[in-house]
Design a protein around this ligand. Structure first.
Ligand code: ADP
Ligand code: MG
Length: 263
């Protein structure tokens, strides 16, 4: 171990990340820093490379070139792709969360809501049943889930409730960084609005850092401090959320904001 996490360094440092699928561009030459407590929104129409980038950042995909460094608790900034697979897996369990658009991708559908959360806690060493159950109930409460249903299977819940359980499952290990890919994308508008309020509250209260992919500018406006606008795999504009949305500089962002583009 060299040094503790360096507070003067970003939590995530992304340099010229490029990912191709054969000859197709997924994302190209993306660079940015994410600071502790910051929420970064990634917006752009379908096919612009948002998910590709998010999957590279969270190490689900390996970029063709570029570097992604994470400010580890033990050693400060470390290139994610020089770590061993086991080290990366450990990070995913202890430091990171990933909220999928479809709760089925982020939940175990065959076990109860409570067990979905308990399982994550056991993966980081929790052993005492009473503590695990109490903590699962705590996190389900934080996402405003009806505790009386904690022993029921996710398949018996509405989409909005499933999404709440997925969020609780991700929060239960006290992560520092949460990746979200269209976290409210599959839900009815009224359900979306309530979930967004909850997400914003949780991220603020817990001081989480987050990277949120969305094609919905209203979601980006509500959740993110800073925005990156992507088109054809590249970042065309970035800045503070209000600045980008209220005074867009790039013609593509202007089109997005004026809703001329169907996103
Ligand atoms: P978004 O999330 O913004 O909709 P994606 O990252 O999914 O965009 O896609 C970016 C580009 O990469 C698109 O042209 C898409 O067709 C392509 N792409 C995404 N995933 C794959 C894949 N698994 N294989 C081949 N091409 C892909
Ligand atoms: Mg996508």
């Amino acid at each position: 171990m060299t040094a503790l996490m360096d507070q003067d360094q970003p939590l995530l440092r992304v340099s010229s990340v490029t990912k191709y699928y054969d000859l197709m561009i997924g994302c190209r030459n993306v660079s940015f820093d994410l600071w502790p407590g910051e929420v970064l929104g990634i917006v752009g129409e379908s096919g612009s490379g948002k998910s590709t980038l998010l999957n590279c950042l969270s190490t689900r995909l390996e970029p063709n070139s570029g570097a992604i460094e994470y400010n580890t608790r033990a050693s400060g900034l470390v290139d994610l792709f020089t770590m061993s697979e086991a080290e990366r897996r450990m990070l995913m369990r202890t430091d990171w969360g990933f909220v999928h658009q479809n709760p089925r991708d982020g939940l175990r559908m065959g076990v109860s809501a409570g067990a979905n959360i308990g399982e994550r806690m056991m993966a980081v060493g929790a052993r005492v049943y009473g503590d695990i159950r109490e903590s699962a109930a705590h996190w389900l409460g934080r996402v405003e889930f009806d505790i009386d249903r904690m022993d029921h299977l996710p398949s018996t819940f509405s989409g909005g409730m499933q999404q709440r359980v997925q969020i609780a499952r991700n929060l239960a290990v006290n992560p520092r960084l949460i990746f979200m890919d269209e976290p409210t994308g599959g839900l009815d508008v009224s359900v979306q609005a309530r979930l967004l309020d909850l997400l914003r509250e949780l991220v603020g209260d817990l001081g989480l850092s987050a990277i949120v992919v969305t094609h919905d500018l209203a979601v980006a406006r509500l959740l993110s401090h800073r925005l990156m606008v992507m088109r054809n795999g590249e970042v065309v504009e970035s800045g503070l959320t209000d600045q980008v949305l209220d005074d867009p500089q790039h013609p593509y962002t202007q089109l997005l904001v004026s809703s001329i583009l169907q996103v």
